[in-house]
Design a protein around this ligand. Structure first.
Ligand SMILES: Cc1cc2nc3c(=O)[nH]c(=O)nc-3n(C[C@H](O)[C@H](O)[C@H](O)COP(=O)(O)OP(=O)(O)OC[C@H]3O[C@@H](n4cnc5c(N)ncnc54)[C@H](O)[C@@H]3O)c2cc1C
Length: 291
């Protein structure tokens, strides 16, 4: 099938893009890498009179490391993140999540902003952003604002972005110290969205007690889920105090709306989720202990 007719706009600046979004209201949609939007248009699951292609806005591309933060332009491709030595060193959790996204052809076009704005509950980047307490920079008709990851994902494919808003940048804090990071997921085929997945970060002190940690789940609810209660119990205790399967079981118990679909029942996802969390927790701990 072919998309319904639309008018194509290609602004060069953030200001011009926001002005177009304001002018056309809910008849307009941002087009980034097109890897989620174009299939939806082609299948006529969605139709918009105006597509605002942000692919030529240079200000939306790039990775900027300053002190203890890394800011990434929303238009930065997933392939750029995958190849970036800055990302590998300072935000390894995001770097390690990237190869799980589709195939390299998709990552060559797909952007971090598109992935986060699309907010698929089984996608990797939203869970990483939630785990690391990323900040989302948004520009709309009334100016710029910042939204915490914990407030950004509001429901199934829904976010804090309003009509007329452009996601411009995402800022990640740099974790330093004896840290370990791991992403694990189970998908039916490599490149598919996850049936269940986990993104884990942990920092240990010299005695191997947990200083801080983050456990985020994907594929296990309408939004990514942060296992805050489990994190609270892990912090301050020796890393070995809770068995990995117990970390997995308790983290998955925090996912209260696990879907059932043709890829797996809720019960199946719960069991797979427990295993992937346990694997990710084990791998992150092993890395932190080596530091
Ligand atoms: C076969 C296949 C397999 C895939 N597998 C995975 C996978 O395993 N994991 C995964 O995470 N993803 C997967 N994807 C999706 C891929 O990661 C997309 O790149 C991503 O979801 C959307 O990024 P995009 O830049 O292509 O955005 P687009 O498709 O252009 O846009 C997606 C949505 O975000 C909005 N948007 C985009 N940028 C902005 C912005 N800056 N501000 C406001 N709104 C914006 C658009 O309006 C649209 O609603 C897959 C895609 C395909 C085709």
């Amino acid at each position: 099938m072919k998309p319904a007719p639309f008018e194509y706009h290609r602004p060069d600046t953030v200001e011009a893009a926001v002005a177009l979004l304001a002018e056309f209201g809910d008849g307009a949609k941002v087009l980034a890498g097109g890897q989620s939007l174009v299939p939806m248009l082609a299948l006529r699951l969605a139709a918009f009179d105006h597509l605002i292609d942000i692919g030529r806005i240079g200000a939306l591309c790039g990775i900027d490391h300053v002190d203890s933060r890394v800011s990434i332009g929303a238009g930065t491709t997933q392939a750029t993140i995958e190849r970036s030595s800055v990302m590998a060193e300072y935000v390894p959790l995001l770097a390690r999540a990237t190869p799980f996204i589709g195939h390299f052809q998709i990552r060559n076009r797909g952007t971090i902003g598109g992935s986060l704005a699309h907010a698929d509950p089984a996608a990797e980047y939203p869970a990483v952003a939630l785990a690391l307490d990323a900040e989302f920079g948004i520009v709309g008709a009334s100016g710029r604002r910042s939204v915490a990851a914990s407030d950004f994902f509001t429901g199934l494919w829904s976010t804090a972005l309003d009509d007329g808003d452009l996601l411009t940048d995402i800022t990640f804090p740099v974790w330093s110290g004896r840290c370990g990071f791991a992403v694990r997921e189970f998908a039916r085929r490599h490149g598919d969205y996850a049936v269940a997945g986990a993104a884990v970060a942990v920092e240990l002190d010299v005695a191997d007690a947990v200083v801080r940690c983050a456990v985020a789940l994907f594929g296990l609810g309408a939004t990514p889920v942060r296992a805050l209660d489990v994190e609270r119990d892990l912090v301050g205790a020796p890393a070995v105090a809770m068995a990995p399967t117990e970390v997995g079981r308790r983290a998955v118990a925090m996912a209260t709306s696990i879907p059932s679909d043709l890829h797996g029942s809720a019960d199946y996802r719960r069991r797979v989720g427990t295993v992937v969390v346990a694997d990710a927790w084990t791998a992150a701990l092993e890395e932190a202990r080596r530091e």
